[in-house]
Design a binder for this molecule. Structure first.
Ligand SMILES: [Zn+2]
Length: 282
């Protein structure tokens, strides 16, 4: 599932390729991808508009239109946003096609591709955001978009007794971190996934805050992580590179590259894999 670095990479790719482009036609194949507002609202809301900006909150992509409306795209499990030349062959599971024209007349297509169809495309009036996409207002601090440091993290975790990993995954607290980056962040911070958040020292919180921003920044720099399923790709179809820098995620049984003395362990927590080094992470 794409996490903050993957969604940020897609945002940057979209920003480079679709901003200032005009929507000349819209095709919606699968209704499920536009289930929240329906086919008509997506087509009518997009047609004839110019995309003015592409933003991100947590794992949510938000496009601004010159009409004042906005587009929310959530990739969920397997969604992809691709930008291709007009007339290109579409990959299987392409559910939404937005035809675009640049100032110079060059034509391209923005595709929303989603084999598992958990993702969605929503066109909405930002004044109705609370009614249409109420989860946006409940998102926690974005560690890249917002000011983020040990003070912010301490405030966010204050009074929380849960295991630190489950709190990092809670989108209402810190938005954008999923299973891959939670494991990588905790490894860098030398913290075991199960550590109760309310027992972390100020120094540990500070290290954790730095680890969050460092790991996410490095992953964005590498274009995100494309796993063996190759579900995540950038808008031009290229793979991310951060999977080669994972220190624990998906590396059960391998020698820990940080300490070189213990093997990475995988445990199942709430049905999901958690990878850590029992020597580095206490
Ligand atoms: Zn280790």
């Amino acid at each position: 599932m794409p996490e903050l670095p993957e969604v940020e990479t897609v945002r940057r790719g979209m920003r480079a390729h679709v901003v200032h482009h005009k929507v000349t036609a819209v095709e919606v194949g699968r209704e499920r991808s536009v289930r929240r507002v329906g086919r008509e609202a997506v087509i009518d809301g997009l047609l004839g508009t110019i995309i003015t900006d592409v933003r991100r909150r947590g794992k949510y992509l938000l496009c601004d239109l010159d009409s004042g409306d906005a587009v929310m795209i959530h990739l969920r499990m397997s969604g992809r946003v691709l930008v291709c030349d007009a007339g290109s062959e579409h990959p299987p599971h392409t559910h939404v096609v937005v035809h675009l024209a640049a100032d110079d007349g060059a034509q391209s297509e923005l595709l929303f591709v989603d084999p598992r169809t958990f993702g969605e495309v929503v066109v909405y009036d930002p004044r109705d955001e609370q009614a249409v996409i109420p989860e946006l207002a409940r998102l926690g601090v974005d560690p890249i978009e917002d000011e983020f440091n040990a003070d912010v993290l301490e405030k966010v975790l204050h009074g929380r007794r849960g295991a630190i990993k489950s709190l990092l995954l809670n989108q209402h607290l810190v938005a954008g971190i999923g299973n891959i980056y939670a494991d990588e962040i905790l490894h860098r911070a030398k913290l075991r996934w199960s550590r109760p958040a309310d027992q972390l020292s100020r120094r540990q919180l500070s290290t954790l805050a730095t680890s969050i921003t460092d790991v996410l920044a490095a992953a964005i720099e590498a274009g995100g992580s494309t796993l063996d399923d190759t579900q995540y790709v950038n808008v031009d179809g290229s793979f991310g590179g951060y999977q080669h820098e994972h220190r624990v995620y998906g590396r059960a049984g391998e020698q820990c590259v940080t300490c070189g003395k213990s093997r990475v362990v995988r445990v199942a927590v709430a049905g999901r894999g958690t990878w850590y080094c029992p020597r580095c992470q206490r």
